[in-house]
Design a protein around this ligand. Structure first.
Ligand SMILES: [Zn+2]
Length: 74
């Protein structure tokens, strides 16, 4: 009897934070990575993260500060 191995649909977040991201809006070094429920993500600098914060809270499943790697999702 063959046992099915667990299929992970989400990519492990470990190796994603080592890459320097740049803000989707202005190209500045990103401070925040926003993971969407669709599985894609957006990156913003501190300025734009604040500007879009209320919108991002609606659509994000996780908001990660790439600076401190702290999870700030609520
Ligand atoms: Zn920006």
């Amino acid at each position: 009897m063959s046992q099915m191995t667990q299929t992970l649909t989400t990519t492990p977040p470990t190796d994603e934070l080592v890459v320097p991201f740049h803000c989707d809006r202005c190209g500045a070094l990103a401070k925040v990575r926003v993971v969407l429920s669709s599985g894609s993500d957006l990156v913003f600098c501190g300025h734009h993260a604040r500007e879009y914060e209320s919108k991002l809270r609606d659509i994000a499943v996780d908001i990660i500060e790439t600076d401190s790697e702290a999870h700030v999702s609520r």
